[in-house]
Design a protein. Structure first.
Lengths: 314, 211, 539
């Protein structure tokens, strides 16, 4: 970018809305700072010691001013809070049929896995004008997946899934940064987000070479780890059949009901005793320490592929 | 905290008494936040992992814990008696009551030590010999809280026992005369340590026991 | 029992023991002043090296590891060993008892103990940093700090833990002093705002610091024992650490700013020769900031994985906490209206404070706006925001107070022209250093980065240039204050024409502050046609 960089690139409609809020805040700030600075300079000059300006007795009734500027401040601030909140909630409502990409952060690189099995390191290729949903995990410490051009970031915390979604509307190449300090090469843990035309994106997917889809790889893992031994028909142990489970409500043994989303599947694999399906004995062994985040993503993709619909939770 | 010579910051003895009393209450407020932070963290896990915490809590020795509660409550009663009898002008009675307080405090520490020893034998001590495959990670987290909370409480109790013993010696040898605030302040501290236990006991021992 | 005419707290007793074993709040204030100045310059050296490193997009000075340890050291030293103690332990210790007409704090020996705890903690942490330091950032997020970071974490954290007790005991001392040791006639609503601000600060010190103590204890337990409640190994939650850490660390920033606001509330009326506009509002705004300040910690965690409704609540409360600060700015400005304004160094620093704090405070509104925070959190925007408040605000306030009470503390005057020059230099140097960082942040430059994309370099160069100017502005006082002590003209009891009780005794004060206990007959900041009416009826 030539010249003095003042403003980041804008790659989505949401980014434009954030910029609008920012600009309004900027205007309010400039006006307020301007007013305060003006008054300070004006009073400093007019009422400097030795000037012959008129000075009345200090009034006792200051509360009129106090109430006025307190009320004005409150009204403006509450308005800003509500505006910001309404825009923020948008981030928590990913659309149903977004393209789902699994991201794993580790010291000091980002790994992405597309549904078709394509893998990337420190890069993410996505199609333009398409909702994209990232399901993210960390292998070690807290990282943060940050795309300034989209005005979004999400901390990636070990031990759980975090999700983030966006819809890029401008083709281009944008910075990807890690934004949570994670050790020696924290500053080098970044790369590029490439937003492509649908044609180019399809070509890119093709060019990554033939590999199986994430779900197909997950199915192989499902057998390799022995899950099918209990969870498929004919298994020796009575375990829930997982067809059609993903995205549906699951009654638990303590009486509560949860939606079977990525988090539920991941937690079931790593900590099966935490949430036991109603009517089943808590006999599933834990796979903690045995399944990598990469493999977990594949298993989740597989379970999702045999479910009726994808979860809409964030 | 001399009762005879007034510091230059005080104009009357009454002012000094009020000031040190407020100081002790302010100090206890900091202790509430100190233990409170630990209890808040504990409550988080208790809510998230209720079943595992209840299972882990059932491994604590509720009989010994209950005995300890009785011991500590009785010791607070003895401390209160010490304050009352000292204010009334007696010298022998408060020393005996203080001795009883300190002895009960030591009994508490002894029973607690026994519990810890038993827990060591049962492989329940995190970082030392916790049987992770058998009990699970959340149970280990429970016992981290258990040892931190009871350990910090025991440390505060030992400090209390030292203060009570010192006070008994001061009164017994005639170095401390009634009219000051020392006895009452140490009493306040002792009661506070008791109150911390009253919070810890149900959280640690009684979780889910009725089920 | 009256001190002889030329006996001051400085010369009443001599020898190193009379200083290291003193219980005089004024001497303890000077002991703190030495420690605080020392740590300020250590933290400043780290800052200089950081700004030097950031002149080029690639490595300039050394490895990434070195850089990571430098910014960690800068944060730890500046937060815990400079900013948090700064005004309360120096000016709070020295001036607060005098302002209320007392002869000392409630617990003088506890006060000395606080100083020893502060120095012990500081030296322990400094040792850790000199041995090689730690690279977690001053925020020590888990599990990086407990299971992955190399370095002297245990030692560094233990030093902070020890100094925390210094904070708690100092706050306790102030609270009890203000409640119980006020002179006859000094009702709560006759107290100068500096006392109210210090009182509010002390409430935070006393209630928030124990939470830090427990958090650090749990952190150390995890680090030493290799099992813990904050790491996913056993099923623990790293976010719990963040909640506990920020529950202290957000109120901590109000510990840093409230005393400075108190100083400005003292200076503006004196140098406007007018009562403070809206005394009751300013007083209750201090209390409001302290209370609401405990309710906003989650605004540090909007992208951490916190629940949606929690984020909404914390955003709203963060907007709320900004209101009392705004009210104070309006009140200070209104105080100057129809005053008789003088531009001595303390007032120039006060002007600087008001300007920079207004900018810094308004940028807090950006951060309270959830979608903007998602973009700029963990970037230089946040770094710029908190430096505007902590350096443009708190440090300017510290220098303002230093220049205001210097004649009282030392009995000497300093050359006003040099002082004003330093104030103006610091103001411009500060803005050049930190304003470009707002731009960097919105552009997306993350914080804690040794290397960065080359298009950001121009802003970093401007920022580093500003830092060199700011450094001169901060170093200058060393020289003219030293000159003032050695050769400065003697100061009268009340060189500024102020009204508080501290100005009714001589400069430097006698050991017991007042020859006789003063009786307070009027509220603070009473001026009639620009002439001061002293608070004390007789001294």
């Amino acid at each position: 970018m030539p010249g003095l960089p003042f403003w980041p690139q804008r790659a989505s409609a949401y980014a434009g809305q954030v910029d609008f809020l920012f600009t309004c805040l900027l205007v309010i700030t400039v006006l307020t700072v301007g007013l305060v600075f003006f008054l300070l300079f004006f009073f400093a000059n007019k009422y400097r010691h030795g000037s012959n300006a008129v000075r009345h007795e200090p009034t006792r009734k200051t509360w009129r001013w106090e109430v006025s500027w307190t009320a004005a401040t409150l009204v403006v601030f509450v308005g800003l809070a509500v505006w910001g909140a309404s825009l923020y909630v948008h981030l928590y409502n990913p659309p149903e049929d977004a393209l789902q990409i699994f991201v794993v952060g580790k010291q000091w690189m980002w790994k992405a896995q597309h549904p078709g099995g394509q893998r990337e390191i420190n890069a993410l290729h996505v199609p333009v004008n398409q909702d994209v949903r990232l399901v993210m995990a960390s292998q070690d410490v807290i990282h943060s997946f940050y795309i300034p051009a989209l005005r979004i970031k999400q901390d990636v915390v070990p031990g759980r899934y975090e999700t983030m979604w966006f819809r890029a509307d401008r083709v281009g190449r944008y910075h990807l940064f890690c934004a949570e300090y994670c050790g020696t090469d924290h500053a080098k843990m970044g790369g590029w987000i490439t937003v492509m035309n649908p044609r180019d994106f399809a070509d890119w997917l093709q060019a990554q070479g033939g590999q199986e889809t994430l779900a197909a790889q997950g199915q192989q893992l499902f057998h390799r780890y022995g899950c099918s031994g209990c969870h498929e028909a004919g298994g020796t142990v009575r375990a829930p059949n997982l067809n059609g489970v993903f995205g549906s409500p699951v009654p638990l043994s303590d009486g509560s009901v949860v939606i079977a989303d990525e988090r539920y599947v991941r937690d079931s694999i790593l900590n099966p005793k935490g949430q036991v399906a109603a009517g089943y004995a808590p006999v599933m062994p834990t796979f903690k320490g045995q399944v990598s985040e990469d493999d977990l993503a594949k298993l989740v993709a597989y379970i999702e592929s045999i479910g009726p619909n994808r979860s809409g939770t964030s | 905290m001399s009762d005879r010579v007034l510091g230059i910051q005080y104009s009357t003895l009454a002012q000094e008494r009020e000031t040190v009393t407020l100081g002790m209450w302010a100090f206890l407020a900091t202790e509430v936040l100190f233990f409170g932070a630990l209890i808040a963290a504990y409550l988080n896990y208790r809510i998230w992992f209720g079943a595992e915490f209840i299972a882990a809590a059932s491994l604590t020795k509720v009989a010994l814990g209950t005995a300890n509660t009785a011991v500590l409550l009785t010791s607070s009663a003895c401390m209160a008696m010490a304050v009352i009898t000292f204010d009334a002008g007696s010298k022998r009675a408060p020393v005996l009551w203080l001795a009883a307080t300190a002895l009960l405090g030591l009994a508490f520490v002894g029973i607690k030590g026994t519990e810890w020893f038993l827990e060591y034998q049962e492989h329940l001590v995190p970082a030392l010999n916790f049987d992770l495959p058998r009990y699970g990670g959340i149970a280990e987290i429970f016992f981290i809280f258990y040892f931190c909370a009871t350990g910090l409480h025991a440390l505060h109790l030992l400090i209390g026992i030292s203060l009570v013993s010192w006070l008994a010696w001061r009164i017994g040898t005639g170095r401390l005369q009634p009219g000051g605030s020392t006895t009452r302040l140490i009493g306040l501290y002792w009661h506070f340590v008791d109150i911390v236990w009253i919070f810890l006991f149900p959280l640690i021992y009684l979780a889910g026991r009725n089920m | 029992m009256h001190a002889p005419r030329n006996e001051t707290y400085l010369n009443a007793t001599v020898g190193i023991r009379s200083w290291l074993l003193t219980t005089d709040h004024k001497r303890i204030a000077l002991l703190y002043f030495a420690g605080i100045t020392f740590f300020f310059f250590i933290g400043g050296i780290a800052a200089t090296l950081i700004r030097f490193e950031l002149l080029t997009p690639g490595p300039t000075l050394g490895s990434a590891d070195l850089y990571n340890r430098l910014f960690t050291m800068h944060g730890i030293i500046m937060v815990w060993f400079f900013l948090i103690p700064s005004i309360p332990t120096t000016m709070g210790n020295f001036i607060l008892p005098m302002m209320i007409g007392a002869r000392d704090l409630a617990f003088p020996r506890l006060n000395l103990t606080s100083w020893y705890l502060y120095m012990a903690g500081g030296l322990i942490t400094l040792t850790a940093l000199l041995l090689g330091g730690v690279d977690t950032g001053w925020t020590f997020y888990t599990p990086y700090s407990t299971f992955y970071a190399t370095g002297y974490l245990i030692l560094a954290v233990f030093g902070i833990f020890v100094s925390g007790f210094s904070s708690i005991l100092t706050g306790l001392n102030f609270i009890v002093t203000v409640h119980k040791l006020r002179a006859p006639g000094m009702t709560w609503y006759k107290l100068p705002v500096f006392v109210w601000s210090t009182y509010a600060t002390s409430v935070i010190l006393v209630l928030a610091t124990p939470v830090l103590a427990m958090t650090l204890l749990m952190l150390l337990a995890e680090r030493v024992l290799h099992v813990g409640i904050f790491s996913p190994q056993l099923g623990g939650d790293p976010i719990l650490f963040q909640h506990m850490f920020w529950f202290y660390s957000h109120p901590a920033v109000y510990i840093m700013i409230l005393p400075s606001m108190g100083v400005i509330s003292e200076i503006v009326p004196v140098f406007s020769r007018k009562p403070l506009f809206g005394y009751y509002f300013v007083v209750w705004c201090s209390i409001a900031i302290a209370v609401i300040g405990f309710l906003v910690w989650g605004h540090h965690m909007f992208v951490a994985g916190q629940a949606l409704y929690a984020s909404l609540a914390f955003s709203f409360l963060s907007y709320l906490v900004a209101v009392p600060s705004a009210i104070k700015v309006f009140n200070w400005t209104a105080t100057m209206h129809e005053g008789w304004i003088r531009f001595d160094a303390p007032m120039l620093y006060a002007f600087g404070f008001i300007g920079l704090f207004t900018i810094g405070g308004l940028t807090g509104l950006f951060l309270a706006a959830l979608p903007i925070d998602v973009h700029v959190t963990d970037t230089y925007f946040v770094v710029a925001h908190f430096h505007y408040i902590m350096v443009g605000g708190a440090v300017m306030g510290y220098f303002a107070g230093l220049h205001y009470w210097w004649p009282k503390i030392t009995g000497r005057l300093y050359p006003d022209y040099w002082a004003r020059f330093a104030a103006i230099l610091a103001f411009f140097g500060f803005n050049l250093t930190f304003f470009p960082q707002f731009i960097l942040g919105y552009l997306g430059m993350p914080r804690r980065y040794q290397t960065y994309p080359p298009e950001f370099q121009i802003w970093h160069v401007l920022s580093s240039a500003g830092a060199s100017i700011l450094a001169v502005g901060y170093a200058l006082p060393l020289f003219y204050f030293a000159w003032s002590i050695l050769r400065g003209p003697r100061a009268s009891a009340n060189p500024w024409g102020a009204t508080g009780l501290e100005w009714s005794t001589r400069s430097p004060p006698p050991p017991e502050n007042f020859a006789t206990t003063p009786t307070v007959i009027r509220p603070p900041y009473q001026y009639v046609r620009g002439e001061p009416l002293m608070q004390a009826g007789d001294v």
